[in-house]
Design a protein around this ligand. Structure first.
Ligand code: AMP
Ligand code: MG
Length: 408
């Protein structure tokens, strides 16, 4: 019996507890985008740091307004002003700008649009309530509060908040070291001319580099290795001595030149090497020395699907992320028939769109063979078809999983 996808994923993620703990480093805030926090981030200050005005208008005391709704103007406060020595006579109001500090004894700021200015002063046209248009100290962020939990991936809004707090450096987990190599006598590096009719470009290693750099990994590129058991073993030994994770492409199936799996068996332990998914049935997972090992199938579509579905969550958790459940999935009607055979979980590629009735629907990108790279080009989602399901007719509900930022 093949492992189901869920069983395989569980085994992959469970292996993480056996890996050494990650070390930390301090980086500049600007370099922290997409990195993962290695400790809770505590706010050193209140935000706002002081009561300030939310509007351009007038600061008033309610007691003064009870006496008269027309108050003479006694001065002005601008953003950035120091008001510690401000003198504000009773029975008057103050001009105040957005972001300017509000005097302690002001009860409210009245927006300019609700006043009328004359030579006598400012007439207040509407009812004024205590606290109107005053942004209170600490109402956004309290000093001492945890702003970001340990194990969080840093986004633009989060880093923007930390900039508001005046932070310029941050402790994050060090980058995961990932070694990659391609196996296959047929492979030629991109940029070189193909030597013979049977040769193809090594697109997988290029793809893996892109994916790993998006996941903020340190990449150790060991190039192309021929289909030779000894060379593969040597490359894997070198890879596992340098990296936390080794990723290979090709050679994990049952062909006569597929040596990756046997090399893994000889050098380390194999956890599983087949699972009931399509594409990507041959996927070897195990360990060599202290490094985890993922052997991806060579077909480019299978490489991308297995990387996305299994290696991505593994890398995120190995990199220190606490919650790697990143998938946005839901059910919609399919606008096209979908070919499916019973027995494996399919990750077909689809286009989620809004039809002329304004409803969400999904369509296939066409041929779904594991060598049809075009099936990914137009896609914005996976159509995830259950293991026991057969052909799907137009109009049936299917599960759709929107691509996350890794594929955009
Ligand atoms: P394999 O998994 O080694 O049996 O390879 C399966 C298919 O993927 C074959 O058609 C290979 O030529 C192709 N393939 C293997 N490695 C790569 C690679 N690095 N880049 C592009 N195609 C590959
Ligand atoms: Mg091969």
């Amino acid at each position: 019996m093949l492992l189901t996808f869920q069983q395989a994923k569980q085994q992959v993620l469970q292996s993480i507890s056996t890996i050494k703990s990650l070390s930390h480093e301090k980086v500049r805030l600007f370099d922290a985008l997409d990195r993962i926090t290695a400790e809770n981030v505590i706010s050193p200050i209140n935000v706002p740091r002081f009561d300030n005005s939310a509007m351009d208008g007038y600061a008033v005391r309610l007691a003064d307004l009870k006496q008269s709704t027309l108050l003479p103007l006694a001065g002005a406060i601008f953003a950035g002003d120091d008001i510690s020595n401000l003198y504000w006579p009773k029975g008057t109001c103050l001009r105040i700008m957005t972001g300017a500090p509000v005097p302690n004894d002001a009860d409210a700021v009245v927006m300019q649009e609700q006043t009328k200015k004359s030579d006598l002063g400012i007439a207040f046209l509407n009812q004024v309530k205590a606290g109107d248009n005053i942004r209170r100290i600490g109402e956004d962020v309290k000093q001492g509060a945890i702003i970001v939990n340990k194990g969080t991936k840093l986004t633009v809004p989060t880093l923007s908040t930390l900039a508001t707090l005046g932070m310029s450096k941050l402790v994050v987990f060090k980058k995961l070291k990932v070694a990659i190599l391609s196996t296959g006598n047929e492979l030629t590096p991109i940029g070189e001319s193909l030597p013979c009719n049977g040769a193809i470009y090594d697109s997988n290693r290029f793809t893996l580099k892109l994916l790993l750099s998006k996941l903020n990994c340190e990449i150790i590129d060991l190039g192309i290795i021929a289909d030779d058991p000894n060379q593969i073993k040597q490359a894997l030994m070198s890879a596992s001595s340098q990296a936390d994770l080794v990723i290979t492409s090709g050679g994990v199936s049952v062909g006569d030149a597929d040596y990756t799996k046997t090399a893994l068996e000889d050098l380390g332990t194999i956890n599983f090497w087949k699972m009931a998914i399509k594409p990507g049935k041959p996927f070897a997972f195990g360990k060599i020395g202290n490094a985890l090992f993922c052997g991806l199938p060579g077909n480019p579509v299978s490489t991308l699907v297995t990387f996305y579905q299994l290696v991505q969550p593994l890398i995120l958790e190995l990199s220190g992320l606490e919650d790697s459940s990143m998938d946005l999935s839901f059910k919609v009607k399919t606008a096209t028939n979908l070919k499916k055979s019973v027995g494996r979980l399919d990750f077909q590629r689809g286009v989620l769109q809004i039809n002329t009735q304004g409803e969400l629907e999904v369509s296939t990108t066409g041929q779904q063979g594991s060598h049809i790279t075009q099936s990914f080009n137009q896609a914005n989602c996976f159509i995830v078809l259950e293991q026991e399901r057969g052909n799907v007719a137009k109009g049936e509900l299917v599960t759709v999983e929107l691509f996350n930022a890794l594929l955009k």
